[in-house]
Design a protein around this ligand. Sequence first.
Ligand code: NAI
Length: 306
Amino acid sequence: PADSAPAGSEVERPFSKVVVYGSGLMGSGIAQVAAQYNYQVTLVDLNQNMLDKGQGYIRSSLKRVARKKFADDASQQTAFVDNVMSRVKVSTDPVKPVEDADLVVEAIVENIKVKQSLFRSLDEAAPQHTVFTSNTSSLPIGQLLAATSDQRATQFAGLHFFNPVPQMKLVEVVKAATTSQQVVDSLTAFCQSIKKSPVHCNDTPGFIVNRLLVPYMMEALRMVDRGDASVRDVDTAMKLGAGYPMGPFELADYVGLDTLKFITDGWYKEGEGLVGDGLVAPSKRLDALVAAGNLGRKTGKGFYEY
Ligand code: NAI
């Protein structure tokens, strides 16, 4: 079946116990797909309230999968959801779950200090074979693994999922300078075992997708700022002329304008050479929308109203 693998299927399974840090939008999606494909998962967050929210996301997403899989059979739907949920444990203990983990996927707040401090404490508690990964969108993997021991540096990589995780097929497997090829291979097999399509890239800003998409969205903003075309016409042009499912402004509203600003501010400050400052220079229009709290879909207003 497309949505779960039977136990004992032939797909290579390089890990058995997966620990996901952060039960927000991304972490709950990652926990869901791992559990759906028969991994034992522990989801960790700061408090029970956050974990309840995460489990709520997973349950409602699984119900949608179940309705598709077992259209006319409510009891099979319930059994499917309960079966997958039985593989998702939760914990507020920041360290204990990692003591027998094979794979750690970190999906906590996008703050380098907070992430480094988590990885530092996990490194002390985790067995040597445990592979550490981060789902960060914009922070260098090399700076995260610098918080851990030299031995862990070969066992550390980026594992970048896309939102919404259950629907989006792509995972970027990011190789830092010290990541071993064996770890890259295990992560590749892991992605395949949860029915995702892995791509590989080096540890450079934005990896593949965001490195191309972010300058594209900023170039669309500059075009509108110059008064050369309207927001709506740029979006229509890219949908009907380039075949993109969303125009750059619809996409920016979907991603969140605060997130777009956070990424470009981070890259811009890094200085010439990393991305090319002209590509990610601040936009007054973007700054004004963020300052006004108009962050896109999630607040009901960004470039468009929702
Ligand atoms: P979110 O805000 O929905 O969830 C973050 C969760 O982490 C929260 O529940 C928070 O309580 C928890 N958390 C914070 N500090 C923690 C700690 N020390 N230990 C355990 N849990 C902690 O954030 P979201 O959107 O899920 O993003 C998480 C990560 O995924 C970020 O690094 C982000 O860059 C990355 N990412 C986000 C994408 C998106 O579209 N939102 C896409 C791809 C990657």
